[in-house]
Write a protein that binds this ligand. Sequence first.
Ligand code: PMP
Length: 362
Amino acid sequence: MSNLLESIIRPEILALSAYHVPPAKGMIKLDAMENPYTLPLILREEISQLAEDAHINRYPDPGAASLKVALKDTLSIPSEMAIMLGNGSDEIIQIIALATAKPGAVLMGVDPGFAMFRIIATFCGMSYVGVPLATDFSLDLDAMLAAISQHQPAVIFLAYPNNPSGNLFDAEAICRIIEATPGIVIVDEAYHAFADATFMDILTQYPNLLLMRTLSKLGLAGLRLGLLVGRPEWLAQLEKLRLPYNVGIMTQLLVERVLQHYDILLEQAASIKAERTILRARLATMGSIEVFPSDANFVLFRLNEAGRIFQELQQHGILIKNLDGTHPLLKDCLRVTVGTSDENTQFCKTLRRILERPLLLA
Ligand code: PMP
């Protein structure tokens, strides 16, 4: 069997590890940057009605025209820009990689960065080049410019704010990169709702700039909707790779309805930002913890024996993300998603107890 696998499956796929999603049943789930709040009952009732009336025996609108109009209005997308929708923004990354994967083509990102950029580049047959960030996780512009000149990337993905570090890169530096690269730059604003910055307004200035957003972090992760905004010429090419009906009828109907109440999602994002401030302050009082700044709905922090602490948290029913060992800059780093006030309190209490235990025993 293993010979057969090896003769059939591409070597880069055999060498790849699948994106690991740990089981979270019954746990306080602070590992995946989800919005911890549910929608108000009245809106959930409206959604139930939409689901009841939906024609699920029919294929959805392949172009999702009505949803796109709602997105354009709600997200202040410049009128001359087009939108492409994906089954989550992961699918959009895949479409971009498939479209640009000429033999030898390079997809560039920063390291540490969002893991799917490397994984998708690899399985689409592209070479991935990750340019190391500075030790404070800021963009190393000189290193980026040197890598661009050396590798001539077809595509550069920059998450703004970055995952897993949580910070916004210097916008001027990103503009220099957009100007210097021979290919396209996708600014991935997955965490836009928690940051006070965007490239949406300057999208029209650069012919090689595209902007990606997702509704996942805003409270609709289960519906899977990502969007790419850019010039119609680019999107017309990428649309050829989008599989028909990739956005289901429930997603189209429900997202459109929730967008009519966008203020609710923004209020939830504001609460998450307020909770983030409290969470960072609490972590900072724990002495031995280095807490990194965050413009996202998660906080990166460093502490001794991160691997053991992560496991102990898990044993106490709290799931966060262990990044130790994934990149030298992330040594002893853990990432926690901002949850509800109660969840954050539970997390901090448990962490404090774990950290204080050796002292009690001494
Ligand atoms: N971009 C970044 C930077 C992310 O962190 C994530 C999710 N973790 C995504 C894109 C993908 O989000 P989704 O597929 O849910 O839209």
